[in-house]
Write a protein that binds this ligand. Structure first.
Ligand SMILES: NC(=O)c1ccc[n+]([C@@H]2O[C@H](COP(=O)([O-])OP(=O)(O)OC[C@H]3O[C@@H](n4cnc5c(N)ncnc54)[C@H](O)[C@@H]3O)[C@@H](O)[C@H]2O)c1
Length: 284
């Protein structure tokens, strides 16, 4: 049975503590809010401490509990310090959303060694370091769940995304591997969003040419023909964090609007079919 909150709503994460890395913006911020709505106490770790504090403040203003801690997921000392501080504040750790990540445009030939190292350090080594710091605390929990934020870019290649694709592919595989080692005590899964409307995405789309190409991409390749909201990803993370997912470990849930469902041998057919369907529905 789920605990009920004061408004009669369901609080499946009541009494649990969740850490969200990169929780100051985008998917991490939206997920922190969803987890808090479902009753969890939230620790937000982010390099952008002002943003993390704003999200923690919004959770507290809504009646929840949250702390913000500055920390870089690729820095071992930062990670150990942040997890210690959050566990000191709340006394336990049940859920970890490894979400902090950075993008990089570049082929193998055009990627510098420093940029390659940075993307792998944040997107992959960050998952390793945060999980390693969290696991001793999570082994004390009867409801432990780690969710890694992967991407469709971990399952198929993108033009000019060498380091990003490599990092996300490795996160997908690390998810499966960790699920085996901790199967009896900690569930470990990943979510793989497609295009998500986040501040990062909006900054990129400020260039009208990029925005036009992005619209075309959504029309031609994404069957639902729109981006996900960050909250739509957060809701899936909340499900994986909850006991409703009690027999799910080692899996990856696509949150991609159908992107990877087809081979797109004739991408224009998808757009034409969608246009045809909406015409028929206006005719009715
Ligand atoms: N936006 C998308 O379309 C999309 C799609 C698939 C997967 N993702 C993944 O979702 C995650 C979040 O992306 P977003 O779009 O919300 O990005 P975002 O830039 O809006 O938010 C990322 C947050 O992570 C923080 N961060 C960055 N590096 C960090 C570090 N080293 N240590 C701690 N915090 C750090 C940033 O300060 C920021 O608050 C990433 O892992 C990204 O790869 C995003």
């Amino acid at each position: 049975m789920h605990a009920m909150d004061a408004t009669g709503g369901s609080s499946p994460l009541a009494g649990r503590t969740a850490v969200v890395t990169g929780g100051g913006s985008g998917i991490g911020a939206a997920t922190a809010l969803v987890l808090a709505e479902r009753g969890a106490r939230i620790g937000i770790m982010d390099t952008a401490i002002d943003h993390a504090r704003t999200v923690a403040g919004a959770i507290r203003a809504a009646g929840g509990e949250a702390v913000a801690v500055r920390g870089d997921v690729s820095d071992e000392d930062d990670v150990d310090h942040a997890f210690r501080e959050i566990v000191d504040a709340f006394g336990a750790l049940d859920v970890l959303f490894n979400n902090a990540g950075i993008g990089l445009v570049g082929s193998v030939g055009s990627t510098s060694r420093a940029d390659w190292d940075r993307v792998l350090a944040v997107n992959l080594t960050g998952v390793f370091l945060c999980s390693r710091a969290a696991i001793p605390f999570m082994l004390q929990s009867a409801h432990a769940s780690i969710i890694n934020n992967c991407s469709v870019s971990g399952l198929s290649g993108d033009v000019e995304r060498a380091a990003y694709n490599a990092s996300k592919g490795a996160v997908l595989q690390l998810t499966r591997q960790m699920a085996l080692d901790y199967a009896r005590r900690i569930r470990v899964n990943s979510v793989s969003p497609g295009a998500v409307d986040t501040p990062l995405q909006r900054r990129m789309l400020a260039d009208p040419e990029v925005a036009e190409r992005h619209r075309e991409y959504l029309d031609l390749y994404v069957p639902m023909q729109r981006e996900a909201s960050a909250r739509e990803v957060g809701l899936v993370v909340a499900f994986l964090a909850s006991d409703d997912a009690s027999y799910i470990t080692g899996t990856n849930i696509l949150v991609d609007g159908g992107l990877l469902a087809g081979r797109h041998s004739d991408p224009r057919a998808l757009r034409d079919a969608a246009a045809d369907r909406s015409q028929r529905s206006t005719d009715q």
